[in-house]
Design a protein around this ligand. Structure first.
Ligand code: ATP
Ligand code: MG
Length: 250
């Protein structure tokens, strides 16, 4: 349904040298599945999501939606085609209320459903609907409001960029349950969660590992998760005994 063909992304490093952020990424994502994208900081996960959303233009390669090449389409055109992205660091819209932004996400949203989506992310609608989206809301509250917006959008391709970041432990479990229930096995579309979270990763259908701008591995979560978990534990042990990530001999 969503395909990336040989996608590369370069930025100008400022000193004339280019920075290669994505290098020949090939991915095929199917309808009805919940995908996790994970990997080290700076590996290119957010950049990949921004290429899909049209925020970044790839220097090479194509993005296809249901077989159609959408590489040249604008962000708003892609949104109309059913691609939605929740930012890792959501922007704050001072002067707009939570109710306003929910209506922007879905203009035909009625009050009952709007309240339901806020409750889904652990926010009491009575306390939040008229709150301003400026600096008065905490980082975790802003993240949860953005997830509520995406749930309301009900897009065909939904990408959550670290939805758990800054969110308290009690709400993470709630977010995970609602995302799994909504997207796993739902043939209307697909969802991608960019995450480092040990609860989210094994709950997805497939895990894609991105590092240094390339896909280093992809497979069913029941196969990928034990390998990743062991690798994380190994690296933690290596750091603990002071050999900074070198895992041989452990
Ligand atoms: N607009 C930009 N201009 C220059 N470099 C950029 C830009 N956006 C991203 N990068 C660089 O691309 C690399 C990948 O960044 P990206 O945000 O995609 O990583 P990530 O995998 O999402 O990391 P994290 O886990 O920390 O969120 C980083 O080295 C980053 O500095
Ligand atoms: Mg990121």
């Amino acid at each position: 349904m969503l395909e990336l063909r040989n996608v590369s992304l370069n930025f100008n490093g400022g000193d004339g040298a280019g920075i290669e952020v994505l290098r020949g990424v090939n991915l095929q994502l199917e309808r009805g599945k919940l995908y996790a994208i994970t990997g080290p900081n700076g590996g290119g996960k957010t950049s990949l999501a921004k290429v899909v959303m049209g925020i970044y233009t790839p220097s090479q390669g194509q993005v296809l939606l249901d077989g159609e090449d959408i590489t040249g389409l604008s962000i708003s055109e892609r949104a109309r085609r059913g691609i939605a992205y929740a930012f890792q660091h959501p922007p704050r819209f001072k002067g707009l209320t939570v109710a306003d932004i929910m209506k922007i996400a879905r203009p035909d949203l009625d009050s009952v459903h709007m309240r339901g989506y806020l409750r889904d992310v652990g926010l009491c609608p009575e306390d939040y609907l008229e709150r301003d989206l400026g600096p008065g809301l905490s980082g975790g509250e802003i993240k949860r409001i953005e997830v509520a917006q995406l749930l309301a959008r009900d897009a065909e391709v939904t990408i959550f960029d670290e939805p758990e970041a800054g969110v308290d432990l009690w709400t993470i479990q709630k977010l995970l349950a609602i995302i799994v229930k909504r997207y796993k096995g739902n043939r209307q579309g697909l969802a991608v969660i960019i995450t480092h979270n040990e609860q989210f990763l094994p709950a997805c259908d497939e895990i894609i590992l991105i590092d240094e701008g390339t896909v280093q591995g992809q497979g069913p979560a029941q196969m990928m998760w034990p390998l990743l978990r062991d690798d994380i534990v190994c690296k933690q042990r290596a750091q603990c005994v002071g050999i900074g990530g070198r895992i041989d001999g452990i």
